[in-house]
Design a protein around this ligand. Structure first.
Ligand SMILES: Cc1cc2nc3c(=O)[nH]c(=O)nc-3n(C[C@H](O)[C@H](O)[C@H](O)COP(=O)(O)OP(=O)(O)OC[C@H]3O[C@@H](n4cnc5c(N)ncnc54)[C@H](O)[C@@H]3O)c2cc1C
Length: 431
């Protein structure tokens, strides 16, 4: 530990295993909190709400449980927020740090906001299991908390006779995964009556697929986490970590300010695209994540359909195929496409992808005009492989006891978030 004048400010906090964590939290962030800018009532806004924090600290003071861990969550996207809610509600002392001033501003703000039914993935995979469980939890949570969503359904369309076998495979896989994924085979006539602009010779209808207001969902996760006593700290970054066995000493900074060292019993690494870098502080063998860009193009004018339209998926599930999504305001867009080797610092839409996206979409929307499309936004999938199926990675590696890495949390991560959080909690319960 560097204690020189030029080095980071160090709080000498003795490793506490259990029960001591709750008192610790109240003091350790106090200097940072006092220097924070003014509060905002918007849960996802840049500035931290001090009154919520003091409530959180007061709660953490009074809560004493035998099995309470002093926990750090790195990353304030939907996964970190879901973990904060789940772990705080189960009685742990939770601190969540997010390097940006705005929570959920990376991948969690740059997706299709689709509530997936769990259709595509191998039946025994975590993606299938946690998508099905997460969807049920997301719907229950959203109903209870007033998060807007719509079960608008989805059509997976075979545009030619040759594509029908792909529908057969999807149907078979979904049947193996469980009765929750109830798919119906639709004829061309039935597709036409639902979505006249769509060309299909047959389709699979998923009534359980929907769309959600992802920002409202994250905001409510934050509110629930804070109500359970979690301390949510935007504009705080994890700079380094080392294992003290038991526990971890973590170097944190507030908005590029001086750093401080703090002790935690356990760490949940939910840092999205930053997760590999975070993991490498304490783990030797960390798989690489590949950032695969997905560009979206908005469709001007009325939406061509009032449901989601997907083509049959690409091989290896690199992407689900450029599809038509609608949002809760009824706006339609195409995407995400799959742009390999894109510069991951370039968040702007790659405008040169428009022709390829238009051409892919005309396969199922033949009357779509090129001049109806305009660049919308882009996101990067944190993928563990591009040439084969790769599952979510939740702990289960060579990490020291008490450190859980969440890697490869691409789609359906938003849908699965509350189930992923449950899984993390179950792993921590084993400690
Ligand atoms: C194009 C696209 C479309 C998608 N569509 C869907 C969909 O329709 N439905 C669905 O279910 N899923 C979808 N997904 C997947 C879903 O968006 C992700 O699984 C989910 O958002 C991942 O959330 P996260 O919290 O892991 O990552 P993020 O949202 O990226 O959050 C990680 C956070 O960690 C922070 N961080 C990183 N390093 C540090 C550090 N050192 N210190 C502090 N903070 C740090 C980052 O700033 C970031 O905010 C899609 C993904 C993409 C890319």
């Amino acid at each position: 530990m560097n204690q020189s004048a030029a080095g980071p400010r160090v709080h000498m906090i003795p490793p506490s295993r259990r029960m001591q964590g709750s008192g610790l939290l109240a003091t350790m962030f106090l200097p940072s909190l006092l220097t924070r800018p003014a509060c905002s009532s918007d849960g996802l806004s840049p500035s931290l709400n001090l009154s919520k924090c003091t409530t959180a600290m007061a709660n953490s003071h009074t809560r004493i449980k035998d099995d309470c861990l002093n926990l750090l969550i790195v990353g304030g996207g939907v996964i970190g927020l879901a973990c904060a809610k789940e772990l705080a509600e189960s009685g742990h002392d939770v601190v969540l740090i997010e390097r940006h001033r705005m929570l959920g501003s990376e991948t969690s703000s740059r997706n299709s906001e689709v509530i997936h039914a769990g259709i595509y993935y191998p039946p025994e995979s975590l993606k299938t299991e946690l998508c099905i469980e997460g969807r049920a939890r997301m719907l229950a949570f959203s109903r209870a908390r007033g998060v807007r969503f719509s079960l608008c359904g989805k059509l997976i369309v075979a545009c030619t006779e040759a594509e029908i076998s792909a529908l057969d495979q999807i149907e078979e896989r979904a049947a193996q995964a469980g009765p929750e994924i109830a798919l119906q085979r639709w004829s061309q006539t039935k597709v036409r009556s639902k979505a006249p602009a769509v060309r299909a010779v047959q389709a699979l209808w998923s009534a359980g697929t929907g769309i959600v207001d992802g920002h409202q969902f994250m905001h409510q996760l934050r509110v629930a986490a804070e109500q359970a006593g979690a301390l949510i700290l935007p504009a705080h970054s994890m700079m380094s970590a080392h294992s003290t066995d038991p526990g971890f000493e973590i170097e944190l900074t507030l908005q590029q300010g001086p750093s401080e060292q703090h002790y935690f019993d356990a760490v949940v690494n939910a840092a999205g695209h930053g997760a590999v870098q975070v993991a490498r502080h304490v783990c030797d063998a960390v798989p690489e994540q590949i950032a695969v860009k997905g560009n979206y193009f908005a469709i001007s004018g009325p939406a061509p359909a009032d449901t989601l339209i997907y083509p049959v998926p690409r091989p290896n599930l690199v992407g689900l195929g450029t599809h038509l999504t609608i949002d809760l305001a009824g706006r339609a867009r195409l995407g995400p496409d799959v742009e390999l080797d894109a510069d991951s610092n370039q968040m702007a839409v790659s405008a040169d992808r428009l022709d390829a996206v238009w051409s892919a979409a005309r396969h199922f929307l033949p009357s779509l005009r090129r001049d109806q499309l305009m660049a919308d936004y882009a996101g990067f999938r944190p993928k563990l492989a591009v040439d084969r199926f790769a599952d979510f990675h939740i702990g289960g590696d060579d990490a020291p006891t008490g450190w859980i890495n969440l890697l490869g949390i691409e789609s359906p991560g938003l849908t699965a978030s509350l189930a992923i959080a449950r899984r993390v909690r179950a792993q921590l319960d084993q400690l």
